[in-house]
Write a protein that binds this ligand. Structure first.
Ligand code: SF4
Length: 497
C-alpha cells in the first residue's frame, strides 16, 4: 500500500475517506463543480511551470493514459544528476510515500520547492500538503531550503498575453510549516497502517465532511441519519451541527425538544418538518411587496462563467462573466407575456454584445424582477464599468431591480417542501408540486448554473450539430429560470385573492 500527497491530505481530512477510496470507491458521488475545479487546477499548474525560468518536465503516461510513476521517478533522477535548474513534476518515493513537486528549483546548496495552487489565498491544508512533500524529499536524501506557494493574484487584470509573473503571487511559507512538519512522519505511518484494515472502520460524520473539501461519500455516510437532520438546518454551521449531533440531537424534532438556539428561519423549518404544517402565507406582507412592482415588468436572469485564468482582456481571475440572459416581460397590466433572450457566441468576450442587447431589450424606466438580485446588480455594475457609453442605461436598469427572493427571505411564504432552502430550485417545486414541465431534472443536458457554465465553455471547437443542441439546452435552462419567476409572481398574486 502506498501513500501519495492527495491520499495524505484526504487522510488528514477524514481517515475513513481514504479507506473508502481504497476499498469502496464505487460509493463516491463526484461533484461536477469540484471536478471542474481540479481540472482547472491542473491547467493552472501547467501554466505556472515557467515561473522560475526555463524548466524540464518529468510527466509521463502509460499506454492506457495513466500517469507512469516509474518513468517519472526515473526522469527525475536523470534531471537531478544533470543539475537541471527547474524540474516540474519532480517525482520522489520513499518508505511507501510518493509525491510529485510542482517545481523543484535548484539552489547553490540543495533545492527549493514551489507548490502551485489555483486558489486566491493560502489555506491551512496547503501547508500540510507542502510539509508532506518536504518530508518525502528530505527522506529521499534531498537538502530542502525554502518552500514557496504560488497562488492566484485576484487583482490581476488580463491585458494581452497572460503574464504569469503578475497572475501568480509567490509566498515563502517555510516558517509556517513547523507545526505540520513535526507530525508528518507519524501521520504517514498511521495512514499506511489504517489502510491495512480490511473491515470498514466506523467514523462519525461532522464538520470534516465538508471542510476543507466536500466529501464524495457524503450520501453514503449520512444515509443512516433522519432526513432532514441538524446538518440540514438553514445556515447552520457544520461545526455547530456536529456538536449537536455528537450530543444526540440529530433530527429536527430533537432540535425543538432540546430547545437548541434557532433563528427564525431554522425554527420555522424545524416546526414545519416536525408538525407537517400547511403552507404559511402572510397576505399583507405579500401584498405590500407586490404593490412595489410597476409596469412594464421584466423578469431577468443571467448565466455567467468564471475561470481562474481570465480568458479575455479586462477580466480578473474568477470574475463572473455574463454570457447569457433570459427575459420574460409584460409591457402593461393584463398584457401578453413576451420573451427575449441572449446567448453569446462562444468564440470571444461575450460582454459587449450582451450589454448592447440588454439595453435595447429593457427600457430605462422598467421595473425589473430578479431572484437574489445582488448577483444581477453586481453584473450590471461591472458591465457599466467596462462599457462607459452604456453605463447610464445599465445603471438605471440596476437601480430598478426588485428582489423576488425578499418575499421568501422575509418569511411571507414558507412550505415544508422548501426544506429550509430559499433557492428558486427549492421554492418552485414546493409551490408547484405536480408540474413536471417546471422540474429542472427534466431538462436536457443543462440542469443548473454549474452545468450551464461547463456547457458554454465546452462549445468552442464542438461539431455543428452537437453545438446547436447544447446551445438549445442552454436557452431552455435559462428560460425556465425566468419562467419560474413569472409563475412564482403569479402564485403570489393568487395567494392575495
Ligand atoms: S462523509 Fe464524512 S465521515 Fe464519511 S468519509 Fe466523508 S468525511 Fe468521512
Amino acid at each position: 500500500m502506498n501513500l501519495s500527497k492527495s491520499k495524505f491530505t484526504r487522510y488528514l481530512q477524514c481517515p475513513k475517506m481514504l479507506w473508502l477510496d481504497t476499498y469502496k470507491r464505487e460509493l463516491a458521488k463526484e461533484d461536477p463543480a469540484l471536478l471542474r475545479r481540479f481540472a482547472e487546477g491542473n491547467e493552472v499548474g501547467d501554466l505556472a511551470m515557467g515561473l522560475m525560468g526555463d524548466y524540464v518536465e518529468t510527466t509521463a503516461y502509460t499506454e492506457d493514459g495513466r500517469l507512469d510513476i516509474a518513468a517519472m521517478l526515473k526522469n527525475t533522477g536523470k534531471y537531478l544528476s544533470q543539475g537541471v535548474e527547474n524540474i516540474c513534476e519532480a517525482a520522489f518515493s520513499k518508505n511507501n510515500c510518493y509525491c510529485a513537486v510542482d517545481i523543484l528549483h535548484k539552489m547553490e546548496k540543495g533545492y527549493d520547492i514551489v507548490e502551485v495552487k489555483s486558489s486566491t489565498e493560502i489555506k491551512d491544508v496547503y501547508l500540510a500538503d507542502c510539509s508532506y512533500q518536504k518530508w518525502v524529499l528530505t527522506s529521499a536524501g534531498l537538502n530542502i531550503g525554502r518552500v514557496f506557494i504560488a497562488y492566484i493574484n485576484n487583482r490581476y487584470v488580463r491585458n494581452g498575453e497572460v503574464n504569469i509573473h503578475e497572475l501568480f503571487k509567490v509566498e515563502d511559507v517555510t516558517d509556517r510549516l513547523a507545526p505540520y512538519e513535526n507530525k508528518v512522519g507519524e501521520t504517514t505511518r498511521e495512514a499506511l497502517s489504517y489502510l491495512t484494515q480490511k473491515e470498514e472502520p466506523p467514523m462519525c460524520v461532522g464538520k470534516h465532511c465538508s471542510d476543507p473539501y466536500p466529501c464524495v461519500y457524503h450520501d453514503y455516510c449520512f444515509r443512516t441519519l433522519p432526513k432532514p437532520n441538524v446538518f440540514d438546518l438553514y445556515r447552520m454551521s457544520a461545526g455547530k451541527a456536529e456538536e449537536y449531533y455528537q450530543s444526540g440531537i440529530v433530527s429536527l424534532e430533537d432540535a425543538l425538544t432540546c430547545r437548541i438556539p434557532l433563528n427564525a428561519m431554522q425554527r420555522r423549518q424545524a416546526e414545519f418538518e416536525t408538525f407537517d404544517l400547511p403552507t404559511h402565507i402572510d397576505k399583507p406582507g405579500i401584498r405590500a411587496f407586490l404593490e412595489t412592482l410597476t409596469y412594464p415588468l421584466y423578469f431577468l436572469d443571467f448565466e455567467t462563467f468564471q475561470t481562474c485564468v481570465p480568458l479575455y482582456d479586462g477580466i480578473r481571475p474568477y470574475q463572473q462573466v455574463p454570457f447569457q440572459y433570459s427575459l420574460h416581460y409584460f409591457l402593461e397590466k393584463d398584457g401578453e407575456l413576451c420573451h427575449s433572450e441572449f446567448l453569446a457566441d462562444e468564440d470571444g468576450d461575450p460582454r459587449r454584445a450582451l450589454a448592447e442587447q440588454l439595453v435595447s431589450d429593457i427600457p430605462q424606466d422598467a421595473c425589473v424582477l430578479a431572484y437574489n438580485k445582488a448577483f444581477e446588480c453586481t453584473r450590471l455594475k461591472e458591465l457599466a464599468a467596462a462599457f462607459p457609453d452604456l453605463a447610464e442605461h445599465l445603471l438605471k436598469i440596476e437601480g430598478n431591480i426588485r428582489d423576488l427572493l425578499d418575499v421568501f427571505r422575509d418569511g411571507f411564504v414558507y412550505d415544508r417542501a422548501m426544506g429550509g432552502s430559499l433557492s428558486i430550485k427549492s421554492v418552485l417545486p414546493a409551490l408547484f408540486p405536480n408540474s413536471p414541465e417546471l422540474d429542472y431534472h427534466n431538462l436536457e443536458d443543462v440542469h443548473n448554473g454549474t452545468e450551464a457554465t461547463a456547457a458554454f465553455l465546452s462549445l468552442r471547437g464542438m461539431e455543428k450539430g452537437e453545438r446547436e443542441k447544447l446551445r438549445a439546452s442552454l436557452l431552455a435552462y435559462c428560460k425556465l429560470d425566468t419562467m419560474a419567476m413569472v409563475l412564482l409572481w403569479q402564485r403570489l398574486k393568487e395567494f392575495c385573492i
